[in-house]
Design a protein around this ligand. Structure first.
Ligand code: UD1
Length: 365
């Protein structure tokens, strides 16, 4: 039984690792990893493979950056050839990036079964490229592996037959559970001179936040205000770095400490000890929920509502004053954050990869 995992960008690597490990224990499968090359910088890609103990990709399609159409099309052209050459029995795609939808479309047209890991998440915001990728991928996939009940409900409401949907839990949390002890042994806090002090962590790369000069500048001003109360550490995504240059937006570097993107282990250690995380990432909303770290999501919506209902996440939109007020509430202790359920969010337990492997064995082997 031949199985291909398709991955392309940073969050995909974190998700594929536990599934690949669990499947490797079962001899019924021969698995390969195809990296589309959507992310190619060493600290956005290779570092993750090393730290996650993930096998080198068997193929790298080298598509690189480009407009959405170009990038999606480049993955389709290159991946079609891989599928025709290798004739897999099943292809696994992850998350919501351009590589995900491109691979799913190739497989659907060639009649190769597709399983989508992290299916069913919806922000209901079609201005986000990821939402379009999720909608299309879920319509095309044969097996929808979901992390939470809201995802099942979304899929059923879109007319996906119940027999295609399986709730397996959150694979990103599998990786966190496995690697948190190792991450905590690292020295990132010493390296950044943060040991023993309160600090906030910031990540921001969504087009809605970083592509418009006024929005980006005003957000960074508010974030610099926070930085005058506690150090704000900002590992800068290459897309954001590029926008800062293109738009000529300056950052008060006395208040915001801009650093290069961190590897998985250092970023996990940094966020796990933070007083506050400010982000527009999806995965970080989940990780902070698991870790019990207050998270302010700089977006008007989330495809991960369970992190707001059961975790430690608050949506604050992109109004700078609201971001600032919410951050001050956290830092002053005015807001009570730890309302996590005893035992955590169901199926966010470190065993989602194992459940996927068992399911695939029962269904396909
Ligand atoms: C992609 C995903 C997003 C995910 C994010 C994680 C889509 C639509 N978006 O966004 O869902 O949250 O990855 O990081 O698929 N760049 C580099 N080096 C790299 C990668 C990118 O310099 O290794 C720069 C390039 O200028 C590129 C830009 O970042 O044009 C955007 O990269 P791209 O992969 O297209 O989208 P992301 O914004 O990273």
């Amino acid at each position: 039984m031949k199985l291909i995992h398709v991955v392309g960008a940073r969050p995909n690597f974190v998700k594929v690792a536990p599934v690949h490990r669990a499947i490797a224990k079962r001899t019924a499968f021969e698995q390969t990893i195809v990296h589309t090359g959507q992310h190619y910088d060493r600290n956005m890609s290779a570092v993750f493979f090393e730290e996650l103990g993930l096998a080198e990709p068997d193929r790298n399609l080298g598509v690189g950056s480009g407009s959405h159409a170009r990038q999606t099309a480049a993955v389709m052209v290159a991946f079609e050839q891989v599928v025709q050459e290798t004739e897999p029995d099943l292809v696994l795609v992850y998350g919501d990036i351009n590589s995900t939808v491109a691979a799913a479309l190739v497989c659907a047209k060639l009649g190769v079964p597709v399983a989508h890991v992290e299916a069913g998440l919806r922000s209901r915001d079609r201005s986000m490229p990821e939402e379009l990728n999720r909608l299309v991928t879920d319509q095309l996939a044969d097996l929808l592996l979901t992390p939470s009940p809201d995802a099942d409900e979304n899929l059923l409401a879109e007319g996906i037959p119940a027999e295609r949907i399986r709730r397996v839990g959150n694979v990103m949390i599998d990786t966190l559970v496995r690697l948190l002890p190792r991450a905590l042994k690292g020295e990132v806090l010493q390296r950044l001179h943060l040991e023993g002090s309160e600090y906030a962590v910031l990540t921001m790369h969504r087009p809605g936040n970083v592509d418009d000069e006024t929005t980006l500048a005003r957000l960074l001003e508010a974030l610099a205000e926070i930085g005058r109360d506690v150090p704000v550490v900002f590992p800068v995504h290459p897309r954001t770095r590029q926008r800062l240059v293109d738009l000529g937006v300056s950052v008060d570097d006395n208040a915001i400490r801009m650093i290069e993107p961190l590897g998985y282990l250092e970023f996990l250690a940094l966020q796990s000890q933070a007083r506050l995380v400010l982000t527009d990432s999806g995965g970080i909303q989940e990780e902070t929920s698991y870790l019990g770290v207050p998270c302010l999501t700089i977006r008007p919506n989330t495809e991960r509502p369970i992190t707001v209902e059961m975790g430690t996440n608050r949506l604050v939109g992109r109004d700078p004053q609201r971001v600032l007020d919410a951050a001050r509430d956290v830092l002053s202790g005015a807001a009570c954050w730890d309302h996590r359920p005893v035992g955590g969010i169901p199926l966010w337990d470190g065993r989602a990869g194992e459940r996927i492997a068992e399911l695939l064995l029962a269904m396909y082997a």
